[in-house]
Design a protein around this ligand. Structure first.
Ligand code: BES
Ligand code: MN
Ligand code: ZN
Length: 495
C-alpha cells in the first residue's frame, strides 16, 4: 500500500474518509461535504446516530452530489481524550473496510482529529501508521490471490499539516517495516525458516548498516555454550547465534542489548508435546523475530543509540541424538543444568545467549524476549506480556512505554523462594520448577545468567502470536514488542 500526504481537497477518486472527534461529526471538511450532498450527509449521521465515538464508523455508498464511491466517517472519541492508539485504530479500521469493499484507492481527511497533546501532523501520521499496519498480508503461499484480494493500493492522507505529517511518518513507516519483518519471520513455516535461513534473513540487515555476525555450532562449542547446543542436538539443522549491532551513538557509549529466543520449531524434544496445536510452535522464535525487527527499525531510522541484538536460533526435535530428560549440560557461564524436561528449552537457549551478551558487551541493560511459557497465558491472558526484572527503573520505563504504545506489560514477582524451586539434586540447577509459578521459575532460571546486569525478561507467549486480531493487526504473528522497545530507546536512551 502506497501512503502519501497532501493538503486537504475533496475532489478525489475512489473512497473518501474523514476522521472525526466525538460531537464534531459534521464540522470542518464534513460540513463542506454535507453542503455538497445537499444535506444528505447530515441526514445519514442522524439516522445512524453517529456521534464519533472511538471505534465507530459510518459508511455511506454513493453519497448524493459527491464524486467518491464511498464516504466513511470514522470516530476517534473526545478531543480531550485523543490517543495515538485511537488514531492508529481509525487508520486500521479504514483499511479493513476498504479491503472488504474492494476499494483500491482512497483518501482520508485527517484534519478533524487533533488535540492540544497530539498536533495535526502527528495525528495524520498516526492514522497513516495504523493504516499501514493493517495493510500487512502474509499470502505468499496462496497460489490463487492475484486479482481478487481486495488489497488497498494507495491511501492519500490529507491535512494542512501535510509536511509535518510526512516527516513524522518518515520514522513511523520505518518502524512499520521492522514490525513487518517480525511478522514475516513469525508467520513463516519452519520447513522454510530453519536456523540457517533465519540467520540469513538477519544478515540482510547489513544493508541498513547493521553489523551482523553469525556463529555456528563449532564456534559455540568453543565458547562452551553447552546449554544452547543441547537443545539443537536432536535437529539435523545447525544451531546459530546471531549478533546484530547498530552503532548510532559515540563509540564510548555503552550499548543497550536485546536478546531473543529463536526456537524455529519446538516439538518439545524427547518430552514431546501433544499434537493438538503443535503447528503453532513455528512461532516459538517470536522473541528472536522481535529483536531482528527492532534492529531493523533502529537502523532504518538511524537511531542515535548503540544497540546490540543477540538471538539464539535452534530447532528442538526428538531424535536418536536428542538430549534426554536427566541429561546434565554445562553452560557458557560454567553453571551446570539438569534437563528435567526437554520442552523447557527456551531458557536453555537464553542462558547462553544472555551470558554471552553481558560478558561481551557490558550493556547498560539487557531485555530478553521469549515465547517462554504457556503459564504466562494462564496468568495474564493475551493482553499483557509478563515482565520479570531485577531492576525497578527499567521495569517502570517498560510499563510506561507499553501503555503509550498499546503493547502492555505486567510486572510479575520474583524472589529467593521461587529461585530455590529450581535447585537440582545433581547439578547447579534444573530447567523446570514444576507447575506452580511456572513463568516465574522460568524467569528465575534466566536471572542466574544475567550476572547483575540490569535486566528485564518479557514472556511473550501470549502476545507474539495467535493473539486477538485488532484494528491494526490481523496477522497471526503480531510483531509485538518492536514498538515497545523502539519507544523505550526513543524516550530514554537516545540522544
Ligand atoms: N514454547 C513453549 C511455550 C509456549 C507454549 C509458547 C504455548 C507459546 C504457546 C515452551 O518452550 C514450553 O514448552 N514451555 C513449557 C515449559 C514446561 C515444560 C516447564 C510449558 O509452558 O508448558
Ligand atoms: Mn518447549
Ligand atoms: Zn519453546
Amino acid at each position: 500500500m502506497n501512503i502519501s500526504f497532501a493538503d486537504v481537497s475533496l475532489a478525489k477518486a475512489g473512497a473518501l474518509a474523514l476522521v472525526v472527534t466525538e460531537g464534531n461529526a459534521l464540522s470542518g471538511a464534513a460540513a463542506d461535504l454535507d453542503r455538497k450532498s445537499g444535506g444528505a450527509l447530515k441526514r445519514a449521521v442522524k439516522a445512524a446516530d453517529f456521534t464519533g465515538k472511538a471505534g465507530s464508523v459510518l459508511e455511506i455508498v454513493a453519497l448524493h452530489g459527491v464524486a467518491a464511491s464511498r464516504v466513511y466517517l470514522i470516530g476517534v472519541g473526545k478531543t480531550g481524550e485523543l490517543s495515538i492508539s485511537a488514531l492508529e485504530n481509525a487508520g486500521g479500521e479504514l483499511v479493513g473496510r476498504l479491503q472488504k469493499a474492494k476499494e483500491a484507492t482512497a483518501a482520508v481527511i485527517a484534519d478533524g482529529a487533533h488535540s492540544a497533546k497530539i498536533d495535526a501532523g502527528e495525528a495524520a501520521a498516526r492514522i497513516a501508521f495504523g493504516a499501514k499496519l493493517r495493510s500487512y498480508r502474509f499470502d505468499k503461499y496462496k497460489t490463487k490471490k492475484k486479482d481478487d484480494n481486495g488489497a488497498v493500493k494507495s491511501l492519500a492522507v490529507m491535512t494542512k499539516a501535510f509536511a509535518a505529517a510526512r516527516k513524522s511518518y518518515g520514522t513511523l513507516g520505518k518502524i512499520a517495516d521492522g514490525i513487518f519483518l517480525t511478522r514475516d519471520l513469525v508467520n513463516e513455516p519452519a520447513n522454510i525458516l530453519s536456523p540457517v535461513e533465519f540467520a540469513k534473513r538477519a544478515r540482510a540487515l547489513t544493508k541498513l548498516g547493521v553489523k551482523v555476525e553469525v556463529l555456528g555450532e563449532a564456534q559455540m562449542k568453543k565458547l562452551g555454550m553447552g546449554s544452547l547446543l543441547g537443545v539443537g542436538q536432536g535437529s539435523v539443522r545447525e544451531s546459530q547465534l546471531v549478533i546484530m549491532r547498530w552503532n548510532g551513538a559515540k563509540a564510548t557509549e555503552k550499548p543497550v542489548a536485546f536478546v531473543g529466543k529463536g526456537v524455529c520449531f519446538d516439538t518439545g524434544g524427547i518430552s514431546l508435546k501433544p499434537p493438538a496445536g503443535m503447528e503453532d510452535m513455528k512461532g516459538d522464535m517470536g522473541g528472536a523475530a522481535c529483536v531482528t525487527g527492532l534492529l531493523h527499525a533502529l537502523a532504518a531510522r538511524k537511531a542515535k543509540v548503540n544497540a546490540v541484538g543477540v538471538i539464539g536460533v535452534v530447532e528442538n526435535m526428538p531424535d536418536g541424538n536428542a538430549q534426554r530428560p536427566g541429561d546434565i549440560v554445562t553452560s557458557m557461564s560454567g553453571q551446570t543444568i539438569e534437563v528435567i524436561n526437554t520442552d523447557a528449552e527456551g531458557r536453555l537457549v537464553l542462558a547462553d545467549a544472555l551470558w554471552y551478551t553481558q560478558n561481551r558487551f557490558k550493556p547498560k541493560f539487557m531485555v530478553d524476549l521469549a515465547t517462554l511459557t504457556g503459564a504466562i497465558m494462564i496468568a495474564l491472558g493475551k493482553e499483557y506480556a509478563g515482565l520479570f526484572s531485577n531492576d525497578d527503573k527499567l521495569s517502570t520505563q517498560l510499563a510506561e512505554v507499553g501503555e503509550a504504545e498499546g503493547e502492555k506489560v505486567w510486572r510479575m514477582p520474583m524472589g529467593p523462594a521461587f529461585d530455590k524451586m529450581i535447585d537440582s539434586r545433581f547439578a547447579d540447577m534444573k530447567n523446570t520448577g514444576g507447575r506452580d509459578g511456572g513463568s516465574i521459575t522460568a524467569a528465575q532460571f534466566l536471572q542466574r545468567f544475567v550476572n547483575n546486569t540490569p535486566w528485564a525478561h518479557l514472556d511473550i507467549a501470549g502476545t507474539a502470536m495467535a493473539s486477538p486480531q485488532t484494528a491494526t493487526n490481523q496477522s497471526w504473528g503480531s510483531g509485538w514488542g518492536v514498538r515497545l522497545l523502539n519507544r523505550l530507546v526513543t524516550d530514554y536512551y537516545e540522544g
